[in-house]
Design a protein around this ligand. Structure first.
Ligand code: ATP
Ligand code: MG
Length: 395
């Protein structure tokens, strides 16, 4: 094997700060990297853990362009780039490799700088000495280069770790950041077919929450197409989160009962309370620690602060609302970036838009909502039945 080898250098952010638990987070990230590479059939690879980095090397040819998206979608990763690894860390070897790399990647004339990070403190030269010696060597051996330390056209990065690595920040591809998949524990995402809840799920998963999705389906008032839309959204989310279980809860009987027994202007809140109550029970079954919804303060009548307050007590589970303070256009931008938007705008309604009152209450009173809900006979039994009849779909 040659002593200069092309590798993939992966950087991660926040988990580098996690003190004594750091290795647990690093191992979770390592598992996700290995899993994604194996799933994408990325050949015979080996992932090396360096301090604050993962370095992937291959036995044989590699198609980096094909591999990159499978890495840069993993939560916890801040960037990935192609670089070279040197087994020989002598100054002569580093200078020669740096020159070959610069000739290949730095179009001249150009200003440049060499930026070194020496993680291996045993190395006999300091970072600034390495930068100066390699920079001087490049100036002597390559036409058209000029040093500019503050705003260079081209930066050559050198990292001295258990091996030496050379790369350019120009070739870095950004990752999503966040925390490794599943590192925060499990949450139940109330996933409708709309624009908001998939984005809420994405953001929750980005903080390391493992998702179980719950969808409330009201056939024949909501069509099979509406359900397919939710299935496609869950599948799309699984691209970021790994495996997802989607629980489809039959909601028709509950919905009809509530419509029949309660004033129309209160129906949306009561439906939402029923969804939260059921999701809370599912969360307990699934050993999840929170519910996640796509509510955004003030977006519609059921999402005013008064309405959100009127959902108090429907469940004891904490409710995470990642989009609470996002504007619609900010939500749409994320939905477009994560490719859930085209699925969400397919024209099939979810169950909340059916039986929608002309004038939904924007300032419901919790005590009145609770008393109206308390007068609906058999609600508890209908809820137990819906949970028992739920269908589970796994990706
Ligand atoms: P979305 O775009 O996510 O559908 P929305 O703007 O349509 O949200 P609502 O219908 O008030 O707003 O729903 C608010 C939240 O309640 C949703 O983001 C979702 O988390 C949950 N929700 C609503 N309907 C359903 C459903 N049929 N199944 C599962 N969750 C639902
Ligand atoms: Mg909706």
């Amino acid at each position: 094997m040659s002593c200069v080898q092309e590798v993939l250098i992966i950087k991660y952010g926040e988990i580098a700060l996690r003190g004594k638990n750091r290795h647990i987070y690093e191992n979770m990230l390592l598992d996700s990297i290995r899993k994604n590479l194996a799933q994408a059939q990325c050949g015979d690879f080996y992932v090396r853990k360096e301090q604050g980095r993962f370095v992937v090397e291959w036995n044989g040819e590699v198609e980096f362009a094909r591999i990159m998206p499978h890495i840069t979608c993993i939560f916890g990763i801040t960037s990935a780039c192609i670089g070279i690894k040197l087994a020989d860390q002598s100054m002569e070897a580093i200078q020669a490799a740096a020159l070959a790399y610069a000739r290949q990647h730095c179009p001249t004339p150009a200003t440049f700088k060499v930026d070194t990070r020496r993680a291996n403190k045993q190395y006999p030269l300091r970072s600034d000495e390495i930068s100066a010696q390699v920079g001087g060597f490049l100036l002597d051996n390559m036409e058209g280069l000029k040093v500019n330390l503050s705003a260079p056209d081209f930066t050559l990065k050198i990292e001295i770790r258990s091996f030496a690595y050379i790369y350019s920040p120009k070739s870095e591809v950004k990752g999503p950041g966040g925390l490794p998949p599943g590192s925060a524990g499990k949450g139940v995402l109330l996933l409708s077919g709309g624009i908001d809840s998939p984005v809420a799920g994405y953001l929750a998963a980005k903080r390391g929450i493992d998702l179980v999705a719950a969808y409330f389906h009201s056939p024949p008032y909501t069509s099979e197409r509406a359900k397919e839309k939710v299935i496609d959204l869950a599948r799309r989310l699984s691209h970021f989160t790994g495996k997802i279980r989607l629980i489809v809860i039959p909601f028709t009987d509950i919905q009809l009962k509530l419509v029949e027994r309660t004033p129309p202007e209160k129906i949306t809140i009561l439906l939402k309370r029923a969804m939260l109550r059921i999701s809370g029970q599912i969360a307990q079954q699934e050993k999840a620690l929170a519910l996640i919804t796509g509510d955004s303060v003030g977006q519609v009548a059921s999402q005013t602060l008064h309405s959100l307050y009127a959902m108090t007590g429907a469940t004891e589970m904490p409710i995470i609302r990642p989009l609470a303070c996002f504007d619609k256009h900010e939500i749409v931008t994320i939905a477009q970036n994560i490719d859930t938007f085209p699925i969400s705008i397919r024209p099939y309604d979810d169950c909340c838009t059916l039986f929608l009152p002309k004038h939904p209450e924007t300032k419901p009173k919790l005590s009145i909502i609770q008393s109206v809900e308390g007068n609906v006979d058999n609600l508890g039994e209908l809820i137990e039945q819906a949970i028992a009849d739920a269908e589970v779909i796994e990706f």
